[in-house]
Design a protein around this ligand. Structure first.
Ligand SMILES: [Zn+2]
Length: 372
């Protein structure tokens, strides 16, 4: 591939107790380039004797190295040797990765259109209507595109939803952002578990839960917002995306604030609520949860009340990197487009261009709570 190169470092090599890994076995695993545009011209494997790593880790390593190579080719700004794989027992220390890919999620078309051309994004999570408008433009720019399913699902998917999603997968869509077990169950039944990214609402608080989801072969999960930094250091975050920006939901309810206060026309809208200290909270009314044209007023609304100040780990770059997440996410919900663009650029500058973080008012959620 010319002079592009991709590297990936992952997990830890163990000393084999009885069945060490052979060079041939590693070779077989690395040969599996499947439906990627690549083939090996030569494959050199450097490894010590008597080591062991699970096949799953080798697969992931291959996948990440190819992804890194791909990004390199797309960005065309570095030279260097061809992709190589090296295996050596590492110490207990995790390597701190600097260039962690950034994903963004948007709830509306305007924000999606304002963001997809910005530099520094690896992929986007979009609801149906926004996917319809942005898929081609996004994939043309090399972005991974994921269809975000609603936060609350009752009953089955609307007619045509899955058919359209499958068509989009054929056109280059990468997968789905899944926010509840109902959605995962439906997609798994359809054989689409391997296309799922789990949102932070899916339980993955400990390594057992993480391993369960790996067993389901999901693409990755999202680091739970309920754990603090100290607790996250004990979690395996190597298959997880970490939310570093977004208004956090304070409350989600399967009802309609607008209907309760005045009336709901099933157009999406927002209501501002004030607490007794006059603090303003935005309630986003998801009155057309599927964002399709054919669901009309048949689907029940749900509401999310967001915190008044957004969550943001803009000044915590080094702590975040030490946790070793596979990816970062900025979640845009109630911002206008200009604000979203400004926020994205700030995070890209801090996390990818090593810029000094500007002073902003962000909450740290549980991240800083009770951490050593
Ligand atoms: Zn409503």
């Amino acid at each position: 591939m010319g002079d592009a190169h991709g590297t990936a470092a992952l997990g830890e090599v163990q000393y084999a107790q009885n069945q060490p890994l052979t060079r041939e076995r590693v070779g077989i695993q690395m040969e599996k380039l499947g439906n990627t545009p690549y083939e090996w011209e030569s494959l050199e494997i450097q490894m010590d004797d008597s080591v062991f790593v699970p096949m799953k880790l080798l697969n992931e390593l291959r996948r990440q190295a190819l992804a890194a190579l791909e990004e390199e080719i797309l960005q065309k700004y570095r030279r260097q040797e061809p992709a190589s794989v090296s295996l050596a027992p590492s110490s207990a220390k995790k390597s701190v990765r600097k260039n962690i890919p950034i994903y963004v999620s948007c709830e509306d078309i305007e924000t999606a259109l304002a963001l997809y051309k910005r530099e520094g994004i690896r992929g986007m999570y979009l609801p149906f209507s926004a996917m319809k408008q942005c898929l081609k433009a996004g994939t043309d720019r090399g972005l991974e595109m994921y269809l975000a399913l609603p936060h609350i699902i009752r009953g089955e998917l609307p007619e045509g939803y899955l058919q359209q999603a499958r068509e989009w997968l054929n056109q280059g869509m990468t997968g789905f952002l899944v926010r509840n077990l109902e959605a995962f169950a439906i997609l798994q039944k359809e054989g689409l578990a391997e296309n799922c990214v789990l949102d932070h609402s899916m339980y993955t608080w400990n390594n057992e839960a993480v391993a369960f989801w790996e067993g389901q072969k999901v693409l990755r999960d999202t680091i739970p917002l309920e754990l603090n930094e100290g607790e996250l250091r004990h979690r395996d975050n190597s298959h997880s995306e970490m939310l570093v920006y977004g208004y956090l939901p304070l409350m989600m309810s399967a009802q309609c604030v607008r209907k309760n206060v005045y009336r709901c026309d099933h157009n999406e809208g927002r209501v501002e609520l004030k607490d007794r200290y006059d603090k303003k909270f935005t309630a986003a009314c998801f009155c057309d949860p599927w964002k399709m044209e054919n669901t009309g007023d048949k689907t029940p609304c749900y509401n999310i009340i967001y915190n008044s100040i957004p969550y943001g780990l803009l000044r915590e770059r080094e702590q975040v990197r030490k946790l070793g997440p596979a990816a970062l996410r900025l979640s845009f919900t109630i911002e206008d487009q200009n604000e979203a663009v400004r926020i994205l650029d700030e995070f890209v500058n801090v996390y990818q261009n090593e810029a000094d973080p500007p002073q902003r008012e962000y909450t740290k959620g549980h991240f800083k709570r009770g951490a050593e």
